[in-house]
Design a protein around this ligand. Structure first.
Ligand code: DSN
Length: 426
């Protein structure tokens, strides 16, 4: 077979783009080389429907070991009794979990997408909003914090089967205990989607949801810095408190119901090469080096927030506890869409984002979201946040000045050349 130089050339161009730019998309990161190498290996050839020790195909004795290693390491990281490492993504993890515990038409309660929530938490354009009956809570207008009074009131009114906490654009920690209390009162399950702050939770830098939430889902590629994928966990293998049955009408442990909802419920063959990469990433997370990384993530986010505030940028909720921040650009007279575009011209990658109570559509938005997980992996420290924020500010204030933008791009590229990325690759 002839080597496909067209595609490999595009991969090379993507490597160069990642090397020269400032990556501020809050959901992105740079995996280690060994995590990436594990994703391109012979395990991609293997069918392994089922679970370690109980597969529908022969020849699974090796992939059984990598998958079991991934499960065991994930359980150790979060000190949990149950883990499923097969979901292909965070959205797949949430779909499987909901399939396991809900019936079509059941009420669910999640954070509104326009207030920082996620598509899979009940959005009308997503399976979660189409199959189930979605209801939402929001954040308070005055301080941008989750409105727990509203959450409780909604829970008592709509009596959801599932309350979802977790967000894509919320910079503060969560009061999981308070959510569990109202869930118990109305007879609901609680699921925490920790896709964004999982790395900080793994190292004890944010509150743990595991004591209070029946289920926890996550992606593995954001602050966890693993391959693109998802996971589902439970602190305890809940003995099915609501008497949920499988398709044959048998009462089962929650772990059985979730395993069945992942496969055969929503997925086919697991991506065993990606699961091998998850196992490697989970091994990295267990090290002290990863604690130092997460501590730096938190320090960098706080330094970045301070630098923005000193330039009169309005951070929703006034700051950050985790790795990200959401900025309302209305006092800067530029939309999120335009900000994303011009930052792109300066090789600074970020995404437009609705802010709470936004008067602009999701395609335009009044806000922009920044995260520091990726630049911290590149090696940046608190002192580097001044350069980054200054570059952003100068870009946004010169949005229509092409020569100035070229100038900033040059400075950005020079600045980034000191933070070497994948030196082994060419
Ligand atoms: N799309 C991800 C994010 O950017 O936050 C969430 O799935």
């Amino acid at each position: 077979m002839q080597r496909d130089t067209l595609v490999f050339d595009l991969i090379k161009q993507e490597l160069e783009r990642q090397r020269r730019g400032i990556e501020l998309i809050a959901s992105e990161n740079f995996t280690s080389l060994q995590v990436m190498q594990a994703m391109g290996n012979v395990m991609t050839n293997k069918y392994a429907e089922g679970y370690p020790g109980r597969r529908y195909y022969g020849g699974c004795e090796i992939v059984d070991q990598t998958e079991q290693l991934a499960i065991d390491r994930l359980k150790e990281i979060f000190n949990v009794e149950y883990a499923n490492v097969q979901p292909h993504s965070g959205a797949q993890a949430n779909a499987a979990l909901m399939l396991a515990i809900l019936q079509p038409g059941d009420a669910i309660l999640g954070l509104d997408l326009s207030m920082g929530g996620h598509l899979t938490h009940g959005s009308a354009v997503n399976f979660s909003g189409k199959l189930y009956q979605p209801h939402f809570y929001g954040v308070r207008k005055d301080d941008g914090l989750v409105d727990y009074d509203m959450l409780e009131e909604k829970a008592r009114t709509v009596k959801p089967k599932l309350i979802i906490c977790g967000a894509s654009a919320y910079s503060r920690d969560w009061d999981y205990a308070r959510i569990r209390k109202v869930a118990d009162e109305v007879g609901a399950f609680v699921m925490a989607d920790i896709a964004h702050p999982a790395g900080l939770i793994a190292k004890g830098l944010l509150s743990s949801p595991f004591e209070h939430c029946h289920f926890v889902t996550s992606t593995t590629h954001k602050t966890l810095r693993g391959p693109r994928g998802g996971v589902i966990m439970m602190k305890k293998d809940w003995e099915n408190p609501f008497g949920l049955k499988d398709v044959k009408g048998n009462l089962r442990l929650m772990s059985n119901l979730i395993d069945m909802a992942v496969f055969p419920g929503t997925q086919g063959g697991p991506l065993e090469h990606v699961i091998a990469a998850k196992a490697i990433a989970f091994g990295e997370i267990l090290t002290d080096e990863f604690l130092v990384y997460q501590q730096q993530v938190q320090k960098n986010a706080q330094a970045m927030a301070k630098a923005f505030t000193s330039r009169d940028y309005q951070i929703i909720s006034g700051g950050t506890d985790n790795h990200l921040m959401l900025i309302d650009l209305r006092n800067k007279n530029i939309s999120g869409k335009k900000a994303e575009q011009v930052l792109g011209h300066a090789d600074i990658t970020a995404n437009k984002n609705m802010v709470p109570y936004d008067d602009k559509s999701a395609f335009v938005t009044s806000g922009v979201r920044f995260g520091v997980a990726a630049i911290t992996t590149r090696g940046m420290m608190e002192s580097d946040m001044e350069f980054v924020v200054n570059a952003i500010d100068t870009t946004l204030m010169n949005a229509d000045n092409e020569s100035k933008l070229k100038d900033i791009k040059k400075q950005v590229n020079e600045f980034m050349s000191q933070f070497v990325l994948y030196p082994e690759m060419n």
